[in-house]
Write a protein that binds this ligand. Structure first.
Ligand code: NAD
Length: 382
């Protein structure tokens, strides 16, 4: 058994508590660690760090942990911890990554690593120059729906892929109506606090497109702040200074046209909060978070346009669900296990801060495209 000390910083928040602490680290401990061989198992040993002692204590007690601290400097100085993880707010990230690098820790963090490309690259370089292992969360790559899509793609199901339509979003309540509290943190809607759906979601769409369809070549993006005010966590009204909807078209260098709508101001009438339709010459798929439905050329119905009669074809019937063919673990947990192996055994881990910076680049160019109202090339990043 090899113990791996992990500093979990800023995990009293939404992502930190649920996905990283409970669904990943605690789940790994509960399953008996990451088994490498009969002789070797990697066992996480977490300590929670943050600003608010009460919140940390309550969280630690809730999940049955004993170690927490508000003194990050002291914890970083402790050689018992070799990994530093950060899920604090985006604008806090740089300071924490710098501290972790100075302490010689392996660095793993939530996306985006910054809101500007130059800053994201600076942090990547900082880790690289110090010779430290590093990674950024790219969780969507391990969603069951995406894994099922990849299986179809790798088996040649689609023929030549032509286009992709991603639809992400749901209604995020403003908090202004009795009985309908907001279900996302208020900083998401304030630009000055690192908010905005373009910064948030184009990071994801970058690695999804790069990995599934081909390297991103250019972007055209329009955004909107559809709702100008909301109520914060204390019930106080605030002005929304960041975009709450994003309408982006992204081209790959192999000619695939990808449209991704992302919105916190839409109501859902589709299979999931995120669905992605992929159309190819030989087949198509609808990819959800967990499920994936496919239709081949041979089973494609033959509609004719006639608005004078009710639609005779039930289009939903023409799709076949891709069955579960293996067990699908939590996406964040899978990436954590990969990072633990990378740190302990030097196995490959391509989802680095440098890769993460590409997401920030697409977001930054998306914002510029919106502002300038034009297509922008996405320069290759090294
Ligand atoms: N991978 C994904 O799908 C995904 C989804 C949502 C958010 N995120 C990212 O995760 C990060 C956190 O988002 P969230 O939705 O959990 O937000 P949140 O507001 O719920 O959590 C942020 C946490 O950071 C803490 N924090 C803020 N400033 C701090 C400081 N100076 N020192 C220590 N802790 C501090 C807060 O107390 C809170 O616990 C963001 O960077 C966001 O972009 C990723």
């Amino acid at each position: 058994m090899k113990r791996i000390g992990i500093i979990l910083n800023g995990v009293t928040g939404r992502m930190g508590t649920n996905q990283h602490l409970i669904r990943s680290i605690l789940a790994i401990i509960k399953q008996g660690g990451v088994k490498i061989s009969d002789e070797l198992t990697l066992m996480p040993d977490p300590i929670l760090t943050g600003r608010n002692e009460t919140k940390l204590r309550e969280l630690a007690e809730r999940v049955g942990l004993t170690k927490y601290s508000t003194n990050l400097e002291a914890v970083l100085a402790d050689p018992a911890y070799e990994i530093f993880f950060d899920a604090s707010g985006t604008l806090q990230r740089a300071k924490f990554v710098e501290m972790a690098v100075a302490a010689g820790k392996a660095v793993y963090c939530e996306k985006p690593t910054a809101v500007e490309t130059s800053e994201a690259l600076r942090l990547a370089t900082l880790c690289e120059d110090a010779g430290l292992k590093n990674g950024v969360v790219q969780d969507k790559l391990w969603l069951p729906g995406i894994r099922k899509f990849k299986l179809l793609r790798d088996q040649g199901f689609f023929g030549r892929i032509l286009s992709v339509r991603g639809e992400f979003g749901y209604w995020v309540f403003t908090g202004e109506h009795e009985g309908q509290p907001a279900q996302r943190p208020s900083w998401n809607y304030r630009k000055e606090d690192g908010g905005g759906i373009i910064v948030d979601m184009l990071c994801h769409w970058r690695y999804v497109i790069d990995n599934l369809f081909g390297p991103v070549k250019s972007v055209s993006c329009s955004g909107a702040t559809h709702l100008p005010h909301r109520l914060d966590e204390k019930g106080k009204p605030y002005a929304c200074t960041a975009d709450d909807a994003c309408y982006a078209t992204i081209e790959t260098n192999n000619g695939i046209v990808c449209q991704f709508n992302s919105s916190w101001t839409v109501r859902v009438r589709r299979d999931d909060l995120f669905t992605m339709q992929v159309d190819g010459t030989q087949g198509s798929a609808i990819v959800g978070l967990r499920k994936c439905w496919a239709q081949s050329l041979g089973t494609t119905p033959r509609p004719t346009w006639n608005p004078d009669i009710d639609q005779p074809i039930n289009f939903f019937d023409g799709w076949q669900e891709v069955p579960d063919a293996t067990t699908y673990d939590n996406a964040f947990k899978i990436q954590w296990e990969e990072f633990l192996k990378h740190v302990a055994l030097d196995t490959p881990f391509p989802w680095t801060l440098r890769e993460g910076a590409k997401g920030v680049q697409l977001a930054e160019l998306g914002l510029q495209s919106w502002e300038q109202r034009k297509w922008l090339d996405v320069p290759e990043m090294r």
